[in-house]
Design a protein around this ligand. Structure first.
Ligand SMILES: NC(=O)C1=CN([C@@H]2O[C@H](COP(=O)(O)OP(=O)(O)OC[C@H]3O[C@@H](n4cnc5c(N)ncnc54)[C@H](O)[C@@H]3O)[C@@H](O)[C@H]2O)C=CC1
Length: 301
């Protein structure tokens, strides 16, 4: 590993990018996050210029078009960022002979499997967002042999748009909320993803014998959206924050433009075996995020 491992992160304002930027400083890893306007990953020349300026040892792609429902009517934009933008970064990394860590999603699956998804399971996205992210995975793998594609899911953090913040916001002033109880997944903290990414980056920089490919990286443990909401309210209520009773509803009672996979659970055994990385159980990280938000009433922004 170089004395300082220099990591360029694309997507500065996102949940994962901000979590990477907010990691405690260490002497052996330097993280530079870049986003629009100075780095638009859809612009290949801009990507090349950013990579030349930062001269990174590794690239992390945390930039994405993540508006799942909007993507249905904005397919060109979703593919431009999630497929072509990802390809631009992977090509720029390949030209410098450096690895790329690329984030992807559980939405590459249709959710019909009854147990957690493994990396070898067939993909079948239910909508444009999932299809564009799948295309991005394929482009990244084709453009740069030194790739780690990390599928994560149900991401939350104290910043940005996410389910946890939405629950606290809408509970403010309401006694009861209907929350979907028939979709199950792994609520994953952006901070834990950031810690996992840096651990993988260190491991890759230290040892040439690693296996490129697709890996699943979510929090340990599982929950339905209703379970997740109930835990958020239990934690928040105990600390004097917003709380509400969760009424379990079905996906049919909460229709969205794109169907969500009923089973979003990802099996992360491959990541643990290859890189020795296992993210913590979701409950502790959810509690930490709620506590942080309550200090600042940060759910309303
Ligand atoms: N949010 C979630 O629940 C999930 C996210 N993921 C994946 O994890 C990764 C990180 O997600 P989040 O941090 O939650 O996303 P986010 O939506 O919080 O952040 C994405 C960032 O990318 C930026 N961006 C979009 N187009 C860009 C462009 N052309 N050039 C530069 N930046 C651009 C956006 O402005 C935004 O700041 C993404 O790859 C996403 O697909 C996977 C599963 C679930």
């Amino acid at each position: 590993m170089p004395d300082t491992l220099n990591i360029l992160v694309a997507g500065r304002a996102g949940q994962v990018a901000q979590a990477l930027a907010n990691l405690p400083a260490t002497s052996d890893v330097a993280i530079s996050t870049m986003g629009r306007p100075e780095l638009d990953i859809c612009d290949a020349a801009m990507v090349e210029a950013a990579v030349a300026a930062v001269a990174p040892d590794m690239i992390v792609n945390a930039a994405a078009y993540t508006a799942v429902d909007q993507a249905e009517s904005d397919s060109a934009a979703a593919f431009a960022v999630n497929r072509d933008g990802a390809a631009n970064l992977a090509r720029a990394a390949a030209a410098r002979r450096i690895p790329i860590l690329h984030l992807s999603t559980d939405y590459v699956f249709d959710g019909t499997k009854k147990s957690p998804y493994e990396e070898i399971d067939p993909v079948a996205p239910l909508g444009v967002y999932g299809a564009s992210k799948l295309a991005g995975e394929q482009e990244v793998a084709a453009a740069n042999a030194a790739h780690v594609i990390l599928r994560t899911a149900w991401v939350y953090s104290p910043v940005g748009k996410n389910f946890l913040k939405t629950m606290l916001r809408v509970a403010d002033g309401r006694d009861e909320l209907g929350v979907v109880g028939d979709q199950v997944g792994n609520p994953t903290s952006a901070h834990d993803i950031a810690v996992g990414l840096v651990a993988i980056a260190r491991r890759i920089a230290d040892d040439e014998n690693w296996t490129p490919g697709v890996y699943h990286m979510t929090a340990a443990g599982e929950a339905s959206w209703a379970d997740f909401a109930a835990f958020i309210f239990e934690t928040s209520g105990a600390l004097g924050g917003p709380t509400a009773h969760v009424r379990r509803i079905t996906s049919a009672e909460y229709p969205t433009p794109v169907a969500r996979p009923a089973n979003s659970r990802l099996d992360c055994a491959k990541l643990s075996a290859e890189f020795g990385v296992t993210l913590p159980a979701w409950e502790g990280s959810t509690r930490a995020c709620v506590e942080q938000l309550l200090k600042t009433k940060g759910w309303s922004v």
